[in-house]
Design a protein around this ligand. Structure first.
Ligand code: FAD
Length: 384
């Protein structure tokens, strides 16, 4: 029954397409069906926060259309097709009224944006940007506008702030934390980025939150928790992502913060695998490109019959704030040690040292950012 069924991959983001690319290097023939809720266009998601800097709209950021991808990779791509369930017993994917049999199933369906429960009548001017279709809608809504308010001062909020300033927009950033990227950067590095973004003209409203968004003229008025009000043409919500686990959980797969898989990317159900933003790999949820590429390489081998465990190397994250070039390699969660800081104005070199002097993580900004490759070689890989 299942022997003739194709390998089915849900998702045509970087995880889905990277996996097929790796798989086709090893196996040109096994039928593969890709299923995606969106249009299947290939693009690099990290580039969404560089559109103005690189002078590219949504069309310009698209790398290849679906037909080209299908032909290049020798796969069938079913677009605008939403998975509604998985029947793991029958090895079938449920697509509304239809069922699609699989020999092996790979879940690469990403993460959902977190939506805040805001009050007000202007919520249709609040945009989350988590894929190319979102970006297209955002750019269209921004036409003729000048002012953007960004909720959230994490990596994505800061990158959009820099990019929109480069595009000539007025930018306000509102976030509850005392500084930017608090979960990623040690304070001196975070302050360097905040300082340089401020110099660029970004207005920060930290230590408070947006409570209401109301229509006001052609734009919106934001009311903050500290009583302040701001005007904007539209709002970007960049308050975080949550791996998509609901359908997996309903199908009986083990889930935690993400769909739980071991280092061979195997879920708790037979012949079902997961990678990318939806996956919790051996206890770790890493919503970045380097981990998913490592997973794609390992899983491609497993799908050809050579069971392979992923091995994470050192994975530095480049923050795309060109006004303050920044790279960070966070120390492992719970690692013992402390930050040693070398600083001159907005040039910061922060090294996380273990009690015996080993460098376990780093953050570099400004002129020190060029040292990222050399420092990455000093930091032990995530998987030893
Ligand atoms: P996605 O790209 O989200 O793909 C999910 C796919 O699943 C889509 O095709 C979707 O349509 C499909 N899908 C979802 N649900 C269903 C369903 N029920 N049925 C059918 N299909 C479904 N990472 C870095 O390492 N460096 C960076 O500089 C960086 N910058 C970023 C900037 C921005 C603005 C953003 C938003 C993210 C950034 N990231 C960065 C994170 C990185 O882009 C993601 O980790 C990565 O793209 C996730 O890819 P994915 O394929 O797992 O998920």
């Amino acid at each position: 029954m299942t022997n003739q069924a194709p390998i089915v991959i849900v998702g045509t983001g970087l995880s889905g397409y990277s996996l097929v690319r790796e798989f086709r290097k090893l196996d040109k023939d096994t039928p593969i069906v890709m299923v995606t809720a969106d249009d299947g266009v290939s693009y690099s998601k990290p580039m969404l926060s560089t559109g103005f800097t690189k002078d590219k709209d949504a069309q310009g950021l698209a790398q290849a259309d679906t037909e080209a991808m299908a032909e290049q990779l020798g796969v069938e791509v079913r677009t605008y097709t939403t998975v509604t369930g998985i029947d793991t017993g029958k090895h079938e994917l449920i697509l509304g009224d239809e069922r699609l049999g699989y020999s092996k199933l790979v879940l690469a369906w990403g993460a959902d944006v977190i939506r805040l429960g805001l009050a007000g009548n202007g919520l249709d001017r609040v945009y989350s940007i988590n894929d190319l279709l979102d970006y297209r809608a955002f750019r269209k809504a921004l036409e003729g506008g000048k002012r953007v308010a960004i909720m959230g001062a994490g990596l994505i909020g800061c990158e959009f702030a820099n990019d929109l300033r480069n595009g000539g927009y007025e930018v306000d950033v509102i976030a509850p934390d005392a500084t930017v990227m608090p979960s990623l950067l040690p304070e001196p590095a975070a302050e360097a980025v905040r300082h340089e973004l401020t110099e660029l003209g970004v207005r920060f409203h930290l230590g408070t939150v947006v409570e209401r968004v109301d229509e006001d003229g052609g734009g919106v008025r934001l009311t903050l928790g500290n009583g302040e009000t701001l005007q904007a043409d539209l709002v970007i919500s960049a308050v975080g992502l949550r791996p998509r686990t609901e359908l997996a959980k309903a199908a009986g797969l083990d889930t935690g913060r993400g769909i739980q898989v071991n280092r061979a990317l195997e879920t708790s159900a037979e012949d079902v695998y997961a990678l990318g933003d939806c996956a919790e790999v051996d206890g770790q949820v890493l919503l970045y490109v380097l981990p998913l590429m490592a997973c794609a390489r390992a899983l491609a081998k497993t799908l050809t019959g050579e069971r392979t465990e992923v091995r994470y190397g050192t994975m530095p994250i480049m923050v795309k704030t060109p006004c303050c070039p920044t790279a960070v390699c966070p120390p492992p969660v719970g690692a013992e040690g402390n930050w040693q800081i070398e600083q001159e104005a907005s040039d910061v070199k922060a090294l996380f040292k273990s009690p015996d002097g080993e460098t376990l993580g780093f953050a570099v900004t400004g002129r020190f950012a060029v040292e990222k490759q050399a420092l990455a070689r000093e930091v032990p890989p995530l998987h030893q």
